[in-house]
Write a protein that binds this ligand. Structure first.
Ligand SMILES: *Cc1c(COP(=O)(O)O)cnc(C)c1O
Length: 419
């Protein structure tokens, strides 16, 4: 997934490079062909307006949501515009990070003593956030990571909260200490405990819930982290966990917030956020130097949050539901097909549509349907669940009208396999 992120980033910067290249060919449109000039009409790569087609890579209709592997989300036009503006000047990145963080903290009305940092994603926010807790502002420690000599070395996590993104925690050199009960937790806490980590989407699965986790952490003078990467909407999540007292919180910028794909947010206590930046690019000889954040992403994230806060979330929700109602109405005309509308309580908290059928009448598994639609023309991505248990989709990443294409292709395919 990270590989895909970098690929996207390079595509974007590559496009900028192509623009600069165009400028240097000395087109008449540019009296002063200099670095920092605006783009004219594009020739060569990108001239068709579809860079993916030009590279021979199929674009897909995304009924699965904000999946990094599919490119996350789409930036709003005004975010693209400010990113292009950001690309036309040089600036001190650390100064820009601090100023943007301050602006974001004000926009989100974060509690006193909190600030924010734009990272290259929520995963990066987790790694640099923890790195900052471990090193503080000690330059020797910062250079030394992931060698933890002289630092704390353990992070406590609930068993049901383990997930692929805890790799970013382990990358700092720490050992994850896995607990289930309150009693396990009590025994696990020791002088080597650096942090207590919470994966917000797993709140319902763990024995210790989100409010109690931070309370127990603070009773033991341990900082608490909440990975809330995919936990907007609702928009209030952006400040809820800071208000709850979490020391650090991570959000994805490139999911529902529709910021730059390679952006994320670390929200937290001012000192910890400052230590995280010391462990991150552009600072060299740091663990986070590989997590470069560009001026474009920093500025794009500020704009994306401004737009996201102003959005009519209720109206959006209605539109997302209307699209799913449309698909549901079409597919349930086929005998034996039924639908339901579950909304995940936490993370990807948007309307979903589940489609089921009588397997004696329609001889297909959910996976056979998603595989066929994926290789169809147009290529459509829906979900068949983690274990192929149910055909499901959401509509918040669809472009207008794509719900009609999905309905049409689904109906065609299901009908063709009806006994
Ligand atoms: C997407 C996600 C991440 C990573 O976010 P990026 O912004 O892609 O780095 C981390 N944790 C969870 C729970 C996620 O859903």
């Amino acid at each position: 997934m990270v590989f895909k992120d970098n690929w996207n980033r390079r595509t974007f910067l590559g496009t900028l490079g192509a623009l600069v290249g165009t400028i240097f060919t000395g087109r008449k449109a540019f009296a002063h062909p200099t670095v920092g000039a605006k783009a004219g009409p594009i020739t060569g790569f990108g001239a068709t307006g579809n860079v993916y087609e030009e590279l021979g890579v199929t674009t897909v209709i995304n009924g699965q949501g904000t999946m990094t592997v599919l490119g996350g989300s789409m930036m709003r036009p005004e975010v693209e515009a400010v990113m292009a503006m950001a690309g036309r000047h040089f600036v001190s990145i650390p100064d820009l990070e601090v100023a943007a963080g301050q602006r974001i903290a004000e926009m989100l009305k974060l509690p006193e003593g909190y600030s924010a940092l734009v990272t290259c994603g929520a995963a990066a926010a987790m790694q640099s956030g923890l790195a900052g807790i471990l090193t503080g502002d000690n330059p020797k420690f910062i250079e030394q990571l992931p060698d933890l000599t002289g630092m704390k070395s353990e992070v406590i996590i609930q068993k049901s909260h383990r997930n692929p993104f805890d790799h970013q925690l382990r990358a700092t050199g720490i050992k994850l200490v896995v607990v289930e009960s309150r009693d396990d937790l009590k025994k696990a806490i020791n002088p080597q405990t650096a942090m207590m980590h919470f994966s917000n989407f797993a709140d319902n699965e763990g024995q210790i819930k989100v409010q109690e986790w931070v309370k127990l952490a603070h009773e033991n003078n341990i900082p608490a982290f909440n990975d809330a990467a995919a936990d907007t909407p609702p928009v209030s999540r952006l400040w809820d966990y800071a208000n709850m007292g979490y020391d650090l919180i991570a959000f994805s910028g490139g999911k529902a917030i529709r910021g730059p794909q390679c952006a994320g947010l670390l929200i937290g206590k001012k000192d910890l956020v400052a230590y995280a930046l010391l462990n991150n690019s552009p600072h060299e000889d740091t663990l986070g130097r590989s997590q470069k954040v560009g001026k474009e992403e920093i500025v794009g994230m500020v704009k994306a949050l401004e737009s996201y806060l102003k959005e009519d979330h209720e109206a959006l929700n209605k539109e997302w539901q209307r699209r799913l109602d449309f698909v549901s109405a079409q597919v349930t005309r086929i005998p034996g097909v039924t639908t339901s509308f579950p909304t995940p309580e936490i993370a990807n908290h948007v309307p979903h549509l589940h489609i089921k059928w009588d397997s004696t009448r329609i001889k297909l598994t959910p996976r056979e349907v998603t595989t066929a639609l994926r290789s169809g023309k147009p290529s459509i991505v829906l979900s068949s669940g983690e274990h192929g248990e149910a055909l499901s989709m959401n509509s918040f990443m669809l472009k207008p009208g794509e719900e009609k294409v999905i309905a049409q292709e689904l109906v065609k395919f299901l009908k063709a396999h009806t006994a």
